[in-house]
Design a protein around this ligand. Structure first.
Ligand code: SF4
Ligand code: FES
Length: 319
């Protein structure tokens, strides 16, 4: 049997493979003890270490060296040691630090949730709700940018970008050539379309799905509906470019958006191609499977979205 490391997170013990990060060990346990992650993305190599929302306290480094780590560490970038003891929600210091991180993330982020297309499925909105302060102390003018079209299907609204780099890693790893990146540093940093103005390869739409905020949005869906008034349904098709496994977002009888299927941490399970995402907006393009399972805490379920309610609709579409 291969060697396992024992790690304790918020008093729960789990054994994991060497090389596992604290964040992934926590995800194996699941529940409230899982740190939030705004920049780490399982499918994107090199992601993580940018946003600091996943900070945790290591109160015992390992069995061999039980000294605590001197500072809070990014759980997405720190691998477990045998006998490590970690505190997340059981540490007031972590909770306080996370509140500070949210405040920093919101320094330049506009508080425009009522008009933002991402409202209801924005990770920063959820993070602020769960960990943020009631009011901002920030008195200065926020950074503002003009909206930029990245190709004809994607729009970048840099005002909302939290510089998580997920879209950059996506462009780098999923697409054939690097088409955008982050220019400048600090307050002047911005996602750039410097190399070419258009992202016109087959998988560029995945940048929309990985963006945790409303900075990169689908122009074919923008302002068509609030997400909590839509009905998401799992569907698939035969596709020679991608897995063809998607979520269709219905408004009445119409498919108004197609996205990749996301897991419980909001990460896409399979990247999908632009043909599936943008060009297949008819029910007849798809084989419908079942209503998408929505976390009851999500506002998407606020429209009384329940499996049973969708079944007659699905039956009708299959017929
Ligand atoms: S545009 Fe979105 S995905 Fe890209 S760096 Fe900004 S917040 Fe992250
Ligand atoms: S998720 Fe760990 S630093 Fe962003």
């Amino acid at each position: 049997m291969s060697e396992k490391f024992k790690v304790t997170i918020d008093n729960i013990v789990i054994e994991v493979d060497p090389g596992t990060t604290i964040l992934n060990a926590a995800r194996m346990i699941g529940g409230d003890i899982v740190p939030p992650a705004m920049c780490y993305y399982t499918k994107l190599q090199g992601s993580g270490g940018k946003c600091r929302t996943c900070l945790v306290k290591v109160s015992q480094g390992s069995e061999k060296d039980p000294r605590p780590m001197p500072k809070l560490v990014a759980s997405c970038r720190t691998t477990v040691m045998d006998g490590m003891v970690v505190q997340n929600i059981t540490s007031p210091e972590v909770i306080e630090a996370r509140k500070g991180v949210v405040e920093i993330l919101l320094i330049n982020h506009p508080l425009d949730c009522p008009v933002c297309d991402q409202a209801g499925e924005c990770h920063l909105q959820d993070l602020s709700f769960e960990h943020g302060a009631e009011q901002t102390r920030y008195e200065f003018k926020r950074r503002t940018f003009e909206r930029i079209d990245i190709g004809d299907k994607i729009q970048l609204h840099m005002n909302r970008c939290i510089l998580c780099y997920r879209c950059v890693f996506t462009a780098d790893q999923i697409t054939n050539e690097r088409v955008h990146g982050v220019l400048n540093r600090g307050d002047a940093s911005e996602i750039s379309t410097y190399i070419t103005k258009a992202v016109d390869n087959d998988f560029s739409g995945n940048m929309i799905d990985v963006c945790p905020v409303g900075a990169l949005t689908d122009k074919t869906f923008r302002f068509k509906n609030r997400v909590w008034f839509t009905k998401p349904v799992d569907a698939h098709c035969e596709c020679d470019k991608c897995s063809g496994k998607v979520t269709l977002w219905y408004k009445g009888e119409d498919v108004i958006r197609v996205t990749g299927r996301k897991d419980q941490y909001g990460e896409v399970q399979d990247f999908i191609c632009n043909t599936c995402r943008f060009d297949k907006k008819k029910t007849s393009d798809w084989t419908i499977e079942k209503p998408t399972e929505i976390d009851p805490r999500s506002v998407i379920s606020a429209n009384h979205y329940e499996m049973e309610h969708m079944l007659p609709v699905i039956d009708k579409k299959i017929m």
